[in-house]
Design a protein around this ligand. Structure first.
Ligand SMILES: *Cc1c(COP(=O)(O)O)cnc(C)c1O
Length: 355
């Protein structure tokens, strides 16, 4: 590639983050959540480093890929199967399926499988996306237990606001209504609950975002002292420099005007690379290791940055869009979103290297 943009995936950071998650929930087994192509990091690149007690994901294709690469441990399909037709593949590849709806129980009852499948019975904790209402859980569990096609049943729930203690406590009350008296293992905690609410840990935790070194709350400050490290660094270079006079405009829509004489650097990175178009003037960015700010509108292939704090910057100067120095959470916040979305949106045209 000749265009200077590159995303780097740091295996040592991944390893450290997994260790931090393990330590924070030392009494529980752990699913490494690698859905969405490992949150944009590339499941092929990271799965070996993220080996734990199992992998949780959504796509059958990603599950099969892990099997083909040699992973023999548990794989959990977080949304289960989408159609009864998929059950022979779940059978063949020995996948654990979430069961969140009545039709899935019926499909399991009438499928022809070579051996029973492990099931995660999903409880609606009040988030009202997927899962059985608390009052319906016991009945669903009993019916699953009675099926020849069903092996161990684990009770699963998810939190709508894992960073908010009050909301987690309310969800725990709802969940408890459903699971009381059911002698089954439980899996409730996502990253936020794992870090901040130990009472949710139970038998299996399911961290995703913290494995990749971003904050489940969207605020880096919330994990700054946790030992978690950013895994993905997105870098590029200055490919052009403009000397502006007071009042000169920059970029599409002329939405930034120089307040004084000002040097502007043009960076080879835009929204077609996955950098958020809504990143406003003021979004942090590092040039030659110095934190400065994006100015003007993000274009498809370029962004413009204020070089005032880095007078030494020149053509070819290194730019960090996000990574160790510029936290992805801070870039996301400036664009009104969260680190999750930026990671997942890294564009296929960006070359990726693993260190
Ligand atoms: C994505 C997901 C997780 C992981 O969430 P993080 O916030 O990234 O830790 C856990 N459980 C379920 C059901 C999920 O869909």
């Amino acid at each position: 590639m000749t265009r200077p943009i590159v995303a780097t995936i740091n295996r040592a950071a991944l390893r450290q983050n997994l260790a931090v998650a393990r330590q924070a929930a030392a009494g529980s087994r752990l699913w490494s959540v690698v859905k969405a192509n490992a949150y944009g990091h590339g499941i092929e690149r990271v799965w070996q480093t993220l080996q734990s007690d199992g992998f949780a994901l959504l796509n059958l294709e990603e599950a099969i890929l892990l099997r083909e690469r040699g992973w023999q441990g548990p794989i959990l399909l977080l949304e289960g199967f989408f159609h009864p037709d998929e059950l022979p593949l779940l059978d063949r590849y020995r996948l654990t399926t979430s069961v969140h709806s009545e039709w899935q129980i019926k499909a399991l009852a009438s499928a022809r499988l070579s051996a029973p499948l492990a099931v995660y019975l999903k409880i609606n904790s009040g988030m009202n996306r997927l899962g059985f209402r608390p009052e319906a859980v016991k009945d669903a569990w009993q019916r699953l237990q009675g099926l020849a096609n069903v092996d161990e049943v684990t009770l699963m729930a998810h939190f709508a606001e894992g960073e908010n203690a009050q909301s987690v406590n309310a969800a725990m009350v709802t969940i408890e209504k459903g699971v009381a008296g059911i002698p089954a293992a439980r899996s409730l905690a996502n990253s936020a609950a794992l870090l901040w609410h130990p009472q949710t840990h139970h038998d299996w935790v399911r961290p995703g975002i913290i494995l990749y070194g971003a904050s489940p709350s969207g605020m880096w400050a919330d994990i700054a002292d946790s030992g978690l490290r950013p895994v993905m660094t997105l870098r590029s270079e200055i490919i052009g420099i403009q000397q502006l006079k007071r009042g000169d405009a920059v970029g599409y829509g002329a939405c930034y005007h120089a307040e004084t004489g000002q040097r502007i650097g043009v960076v080879a990175c835009g929204y077609a690379d996955g950098y958020p178009r809504l990143a406003a003037t003021g979004t942090p960015i590092a040039v030659d290791g110095v934190i400065t700010r994006v100015v003007g509108r993000v274009s498809m292939d370029m962004i413009t940055v204020d070089l005032t704090p880095c007078p030494q910057a020149t053509l070819g100067s290194r730019v960090e869009l996000w990574g160790e120095q510029v936290k992805i959470d801070d870039v996301a916040a400036a664009a009104g979103t969260v680190g999750y979305e930026l990671m997942c949106a890294l564009a296929p045209r960006v070359p990726v290297e693993v260190i």
